[in-house]
Design a protein around this ligand. Structure first.
Ligand SMILES: Cc1ncc(COP(=O)(O)O)c(C=O)c1O
Length: 411
């Protein structure tokens, strides 16, 4: 018997509450505020660990980096663990539950739920990975002409035509040129390929920025609540302080400037140096699309307060309300007359979201503007420590920012 998605979710949720209550019975659960980071992580950890003295392992949960212990990532947390256990149950004993399948909706992962990849993207990727077939006559019958043309263009941009080689640490220059041109077309303002740092999805780019900005636990990052938990996890991992600001459900999850000011002042009064403001637009999990006026106020706020604006814009294609439109923060700040020297802005984009949903390909970039040459050098140095992001992800990021257009085929 198949159950509705809502029933499945309710069932899973109730099971997880039962599991939590059960644990509570065995381990008195102090309020989370009275838990040390260590004990809080221990409570939420899904794998029990033994005490250091009993352990045959030199590395134990007591002696690893406490920032790792403190970090929580709900997307892969308790409910997912429960679902994986239920799945094992179902495999071992089919029919043991009133459902026969588990759909994982803990993270936006459309292709795992049956969404088909965009043919053009996959054809270009396949051809770039095996350029030897590009000029074979059979290829004309198997692949679309525009995919073949684009693949030629891309392989010619990749040094040695080798998708198996490391690239420039910021990403292949020709692909960054395409991305910059795509940004320019989207925003109507210039974009510089040297400002683009290609990454394995948006997540590593967010970590890069947290690593750059957070010096100690006195450094704070303003983050929306509710938020996508990458931000809280990354701030914990880098040992910073999450300064929450609350989105207002009553105004469609609006981002209110007085709320930002209130939280900023509260953090300052506790001795926190607030370094950056994270804005997720369009929002996750809230789905709101900010209005341009509101975005202008946010830009002004960051400028006045000297905050780096970290704009998570990975959902720019996911706007489902006809009267709403996505505006990038880069476009908004440039249309206010603010250039490189006026506002420090990092925009994150990804191949995982939008209509393409290529999460597993791990592609994305950050556009980094308004940093001094010295700091950019440091960002570049850290990017080079990782050598480069994967080339398929880089190619996809260029395609996402420059998809085929009607009548664009040159025959
Ligand atoms: C708001 C937001 N930012 C960033 C990410 C990370 O995406 P990725 O690392 O796959 O690009 C996600 C993923 O769900 C997200 O929802």
């Amino acid at each position: 018997m198949r159950k509705s998605a809502a029933d499945r979710f309710r069932h899973l949720f109730n099971r997880s509450l039962i599991l939590l209550r059960h644990r509570h019975h065995h381990h008195p659960f102090p309020s989370s505020s009275s838990l040390s980071p260590f004990s809080r992580s221990r409570f939420f950890s899904s794998t029990p660990f033994s005490m250091a003295s009993d352990s045959p392992f030199p590395v134990t949960a007591q002696n690893i980096n406490p920032k790792v212990l403190k970090c929580e990532y709900a997307v892969r947390g308790e409910v997912v663990t429960l679902a994986q256990n239920l799945q094992k149950d179902l495999q071992a004993n089919p029919g043991s539950h009133p459902f026969d399948e588990i759909l994982y909706c803990n993270i936006g992962n459309p292709q795992s739920l049956g969404q088909q990849p965009i043919t053009f993207f996959r054809e270009v990727l396949a051809l770039c990975d095996h350029p030897a077939i590009l000029d074979k006559s059979e290829t004309q019958g198997l692949f679309s002409t525009d995919a073949i043309q684009r693949a030629w263009q891309i392989v010619d941009q990749i040094p040695g035509r080798a998708t198996g080689a490391y690239s420039h640490s910021q990403g292949v220059k020709g692909l960054r040129d395409t991305i910059a041109a795509g940004i320019e077309e989207r925003d109507g303002f210039p974009a510089n390929p040297d400002d683009i740092f290609m990454t394995d999805g948006a997540s590593p780019a967010v970590h890069n920025m947290m690593q750059l900005l957070i010096r100690s636990e006195n450094d704070g990052i303003l983050c929306p609540i509710p938020q996508y938990p990458l931000y809280s996890a990354s701030i914990d991992l880098h040992g910073g302080f999450l300064v929450p600001y609350y989105l207002d459900e009553a105004t469609g999850w609006g981002l209110e400037i007085p709320e930002l000011k209130k939280q900023l002042e509260a953090a300052k009064s506790k001795g926190i140096n607030v370094r950056a403001l994270v804005v997720i637009n369009p929002g996750n999990p809230t789905g709101q699309v900010l209005g341009e006026e509101n975005q202008r106020d946010i830009v002004e706020f960051c400028k006045q307060e000297g905050l780096v604006l970290l704009a998570d814009e990975v959902y720019q294609e996911n706007v489902y309300v006809p009267e709403k439109k996505f505006h990038s923060f880069k476009k908004v700040s440039r249309s206010m007359g603010y250039g490189e020297n006026d506002i420090t802005l990092v925009s994150f984009q990804s191949v995982s979201k939008g209509y393409h949903g290529e999460c597993g390909k791990r592609g994305g970039y950050m556009e980094v503007t308004g940093f001094s040459a010295e700091v950019r050098e440091q960002i570049y140095k850290v990017a080079s420590v990782n050598l480069c992001s994967n080339i398929s992800g880089q190619i996809l990021a260029s395609l996402v920012m420059s998809p085929p257009k009607v009548n664009s085929l040159h025959l």
